[in-house]
Design a protein. Sequence first.
Length: 158
Amino acid sequence: MNIQCPTFVAGFLLLCVAGAAGCTRSTDACNAADANPDLSGCKRTGIASFYADKFTGREMADGTRMDPNADNAASKTLPLGTTAKVTNLETGLSAEVTIQDRGPYVKGRIIDLSPATAREIGLDRKAGITTVAVEPIEVPLPDGSVQQGATAGDETRP
């Protein structure tokens, strides 16, 4: 995974440490996504996959049902409700997604996409995975405010 960000805001590090200290659930239930959310708004590159058919209709982390035709996506680190631009680095095709679930749970992958979004960026079932850039547009913060991400205001957004 590659992270690109022009600056690192020390306040986010403090926020992450404070968030980790406030976790009162068991170690198994208190996973890294809860304790160390990525609030930076920085671009990341890595491997994307897409939801298998068996997840259609299942409840996602935000309480909604997984719709294979919607723009939902899963990230272990981006806060739920984050909107992001996902670009397939092999095809150059992009789509906007909303992080509504946690995952992927396969080592080395940074995002799971709905089947419709996967098709939109040129990721087919046969290939199964592709290298992508994930550029946050808006990142919800714990205090209810919104952090503008790397792609906010980008005229090339899909």
